[in-house]
Write a protein that binds this ligand. Structure first.
Ligand SMILES: N[C@@H](CCC(=O)N[C@@H](CSS)C(=O)NCC(=O)O)C(=O)O
Ligand SMILES: [Fe+2]
Length: 259
């Protein structure tokens, strides 16, 4: 079993811990959830408090200055800028962060996008004493990945699983049957207490758990056939930035000099 327990440090304690770099014995995690209001997107910063090594998940281009400032203020070294998938509603900040801070951009090989690091099932991103592990969770797009913290205390689900919802499946080669299988096999098999951190929320919710979503998610508690019927009948309007965002995100936002 590759999971070990990680204390998710409360905000006040983190501030103290960040000031006390290099003095602590056990590993301590810094976890920040950041919000971008025009696309209702969440960005996550994770760091090893002792070493300052950090990862950012799903940065948004417009909030790169804010996120870079936070990283600088906390004395963190950004190792990876990770995209859970090729977003359709906003331009990723991973390319801009790469230019600004020299981190490596990351996305799945199956996304068809360019990045410094193209990942597949089970790949790990290490930051200090911590790691995030990649679980393929296609269906919203074929290249969607969920990133799970190495003790399974938290999962960053992108648009595969939203709080009491899920990503739409009506564009970018989405497939409701595939999404249903992904969520049940790759996310609902995590421990009940595993925190669920999605890429968006449109209702003011910030975090859930695997146990809660397994019991209360109105879409994923349906039968597979009823889920498919529901998803095929959503008739949602297209994201207004889609024609700009998808081509940009296939290049990780700004991505001039990788193959
Ligand atoms: N109104 C927004 C787009 C909203 C949207 O389509 N969200 C996506 C996630 S971003 S690809 C989604 O999957 N929503 C699921 C749902 O049930 O709403 C815009 O114009 O940007
Ligand atoms: Fe999406």
């Amino acid at each position: 079993m590759w999971f070990r327990r990680v204390p998710v440090v409360a905000a006040a304690a983190v501030a103290a811990a960040v000031r006390g770099y290099g003095t602590g014995g056990g590993r301590r995690l810094l976890l920040r959830q950041l919000f971008e209001p025009s696309s209702c997107s969440y960005t996550y910063v994770l760091a090893d408090v002792s070493t300052g090594d950090a990862v950012i998940i799903d940065p948004v281009l417009e909030t790169v200055p804010r996120d870079a400032r936070l990283l600088r203020e906390l004395g963190l070294t950004l190792r990876y800028a990770v995209n859970t998938h090729c977003h359709a509603d906003h331009v990723t900040g991973s390319g801009a962060l790469r230019k600004l801070l020299g981190c490596r951009s990351v996305i799945s090989r199956a996304s068809g996008a360019r990045a410094d690091l193209l990942v597949g099932e089970g790949d790990e991103l290490r930051f200090g004493a911590f790691a995030l592990r990649a679980r393929a969770s296609p269906g919203h797009t074929p290249g969607c990945f969920t990133w799970v913290l190495d003790d399974a205390s938290a999962a960053f689900t992108g648009d595969a699983l939203l709080i009491r919802g899920c990503g739409r499946t009506d564009f970018q080669q989405g497939c409701p049957r595939t999404l249903y299988r992904s969520v049940h096999e790759k996310i609902f098999t995590l421990p009940d207490g595993c925190l669920v951190y999605p890429a968006h929320d449109y209702n003011g919710q910030t975090v859930s758990t695997v146990g809660e979503e397994r019991r209360f998610n109105p879409r994923l508690t349906l039968s597979p056939d009823d889920f498919v019927t529901l998803m095929e009948g959503l008739n949602l309007p297209r994201p207004h930035l889609m024609d700009v965002a998808v081509p940009a995100n296939l290049r990780c936002g700004i991505q001039d000099d990788v193959a």
